[in-house]
Design a binder for this molecule. Structure first.
Ligand code: NDP
Length: 330
C-alpha cells in the first residue's frame, strides 16, 4: 500500500517536493477495527494550514508521517460489529490506498442514496459547511441578496444554490475564470457572476449588486472581504468561512481597511467551523438529498485519477484547477 507523507513544511506556496508517496504495510485489523481499501480521497484547502507547525482547530501534520483527511472506501477486512467486507465507509484516514480504521471513527455510506464520491463533497463536509454557514451563521432568510466568493468551488457552488432554492432575491458569485463564471450563471442558476481577475472586486461587485447585499459568504478573504463590507446593507451578515487568498502568505495579511463601516451599518461578521453544526446534519441530509434526487441541485466534481496524482491535485486545488469538489479517485 502507498501513502503520502509530508516531508517538508511549505514556505509560501507548497512545492511538489514537500510531499512524497511512500510504501507502507497495512496491519491486520485488531478488535474493533476495519481495513478499508480507499476509493476516493479528499483534498481540501484547510490541509494547507495543517502543513504549518502551528496550533489550530486541527493539529498539524507530522513530518515523515502519512497525512490524513476525508476518504471513502470499501471494507476489505473487519473485526468490528456492524461492519462487513463490501460495506462502504466514510472515514478520516485519507492520503493512502489502504487504511486501518477504528470502526468507531467510520460512518457507513450508501451508494444507492448518493454517489460515493459525493460524501466528500455535496453530501459531506463542504456541503454541510455551505448549508450550516448560510442558514445558521449567515441567518439567511427568503428575499435576501447573497454574494459568495469561491463560488465555483465545493462550498461556494453549494452556497449559491442553497440560497437560490431557499428563495434568495438575488445570488451573486465570483470565481477565477470566464469558464467558471459561465458555469455559475448557466448551470448553477446564479443571477450574476464575475471573474475577480478581470478587475477590482469592489467595482465588479457594485455592478452585480446595485442595491447592495444582505449576506456575504466569504471563502477568500482579503480584497473580497473588504469589497463585501462596502456593499453590505445595514444589518448585513458576513460568514467568515475561509480566506484562501491568504493561506500561502508568509506574513499576516492586513485586515479590511473599511472595518469602520461595520459600526455604522451594524454589520455582523462571524467566523465558523463546520463541526459546530452537527445538530443540523439530519435536516441537511434530508433537504440536500431531496434536491439532488429532484435534480434541483447540480453538483460538479473534478476527479484526478490515481494516488500518484494526489500531491499535484492538492496544488491544483490551491491554484483553482477545480470546478466543484476536487477529488482523487483510486
Ligand atoms: P474550493 O473547491 O472552493 O477550492 C478552492 C478554490 O479557491 C479554487 O478552486 C480557486 O478557485 C479558489 N482560489 C484560490 N486562490 C484564490 C484567490 N487568491 N482568490 C480567490 N479565490 C481563490 O474549496 P472548498 O470549497 O473546499 O473550500 C472553500 C473555502 O471554504 C476555503 O477557504 C476553505 O478553507 C473553507 N472551508 C471552511 C470550512 C470551515 O469549517 N470554516 C470547512 C470547509 C471549507 P478560483 O478559480 O475561483 O480562484
Amino acid at each position: 500500500s502507498r501513502e503520502w507523507h509530508l516531508v517538508a513544511r511549505p514556505q509560501g506556496w507548497p512545492k511538489p517536493e514537500d510531499f512524497a508517496l511512500r510504501e507502507a504495510t497495512v496491519s491486520e485489523p485488531g478488535e474493533g477495527q476495519i481495513v478499508v481499501r480507499n476509493l476516493y480521497l479528499s483534498v481540501d484547502p484547510y490541509m494547507r494550514g495543517r502543513m504549518n507547525d502551528v496550533k489550530s482547530y486541527v493539529p498539524p501534520f507530522q513530518l515523515d508521517r502519512p497525512m490524513d483527511g476525508g476518504a471513502v472506501g470499501e471494507v476489505v477486512a473487519s473485526r468490528a460489529e456492524g461492519f462487513a467486507p463490501g460495506d462502504h465507509v466514510l472515514h478520516g484516514l485519507g492520503w493512502r490506498e489502504y487504511a486501518l480504521v477504528d470502526a468507531q471513527r467510520a460512518v457507513k455510506v450508501d451508494a444507492a442514496v448518493a454517489p460515493l464520491s459525493s460524501y466528500l463533497g455535496v453530501m459531506g463536509m463542504p456541503g454541510m459547511t455551505a448549508y450550516a454557514g448560510l442558514l445558521e451563521v449567515g441567518s439567511f432568510k427568503e428575499g435576501d441578496t447573497v454574494f459568495v466568493s469561491g463560488a465555483a468551488g465545493a462550498v461556494g457552488s453549494m452556497v449559491g444554490q442553497v440560497a437560490r432554492l431557499k428563495g434568495a432575491a438575488r445570488v451573486i458569485g465570483s470565481a477565477g475564470s470566464a469558464e467558471k463564471v459561465r458555469h455559475l450563471t448557466e448551470e448553477l442558476g446564479f443571477d450574476a457572476a464575475f471573474n475577480y481577475k478581470d478587475g477590482p472586486v469592489l467595482e465588479q461587485l457594485k455592478e452585480a449588486a446595485p442595491d447592495g447585499i444582505d449576506v456575504y459568504f466569504d471563502n477568500v478573504g482579503g480584497e473580497h472581504l473588504e469589497a463585501a463590507i462596502s456593499v453590505l446593507k445595514p444589518h448585513g451578515r458576513a460568514v467568515l468561512c475561509g480566506a484562501i487568498a491568504q493561506y500561502n502568505d508568509t506574513e499576516p495579511a492586513p485586515g479590511p481597511r473599511n472595518l469602520g463601516q461595520v459600526i455604522g451599518k451594524r454589520l455582523r461578521l462571524q467566523g465558523m467551523i463546520v463541526s459546530d453544526h452537527e445538530a443540523l446534519r439530519p435536516q441537511f441530509f434530508t433537504e440536500v438529498g431531496g434536491w439532488l434526487r429532484s435534480g434541483e441541485l447540480a453538483h460538479r466534481e473534478t476527479v484526478v485519477k490515481g494516488i500518484e496524482g494526489m500531491g499535484e491535485a492538492f496544488l491544483g486545488l490551491l491554484r483553482g484547477d477545480n470546478t466543484g469538489k476536487m477529488i482523487v479517485g483510486l
